[in-house]
Design a protein around this ligand. Structure first.
Ligand code: FEO
Length: 173
């Protein structure tokens, strides 16, 4: 039977992943209406990935004798100043998720739940990849500045990135 402290921390992470999925859906919708179809494609794909992360936690906790329950969520932000503002918020959010996964890992070690520690390794690696990808996108945006041609190019690249990741069956972010 899983320890209560670990169960509580996993339920909190289920909430975080569900919120991530909704946040990226709101961002994808913004990109679509503002004329960034590539960024929208990239973020629509990411909503599915975050839901997959959530389901991994839901199944894991239930399989370990716990009970995955869903908590109340905050509304995701609907408006952004620019495409780079939006991706800066993606970066901040992913850094937050990394810190939350690290906290969960610390709880599992404190409770001597090494099975959960091992399960979390996949998420720890995933966060490294996600942060690296978003850093790369932000670096390109800084180079493009507010240049419409540069942003058009980045949007095309995001579309290609989403398609490549879809073909490889991996996360967009
Ligand atoms: Fe599920 Fe992007 O972290």
């Amino acid at each position: 039977m899983i320890r209560k402290a670990v169960e509580k921390a996993i339920v909190n992470q289920i909430k975080n992943e569900e919120h991530s999925s909704r946040l990226y859906l709101a961002m994808a919708s913004w990109c679509q209406v503002k004329g960034y179809p590539g960024a929208a494609e990239f973020l629509y794909r990411q909503t599915d990935e975050e839901r997959m992360h959530m389901l991994k936690f839901v199944h894991y906790l239930n399989d370990r004798g716990g009970h995955s329950i869903l908590l109340e969520l905050d509304n995701p932000t609907a408006d952004y100043k620019s495409l780079s503002d939006l991706f800066e918020k993606v970066m901040k959010h992913e850094e937050f998720i990394t810190s939350e996964i690290n906290k969960l890992y610390e709880v599992s070690l404190k409770e001597k739940d090494y099975t959960t520690g091992s399960f979390l390794q996949w998420f720890i690696n995933e966060q490294i990849e996600e942060e690296t990808t978003v850093h790369g996108i932000l670096d390109k945006m800084k180079l493009a500045g507010n240049d419409a041609g540069g942003l058009f190019h980045i949007d095309k690249e995001l579309s290609a990135l989403a398609a490549a990741k879809a073909a490889a069956g991996t996360a967009a972010v």
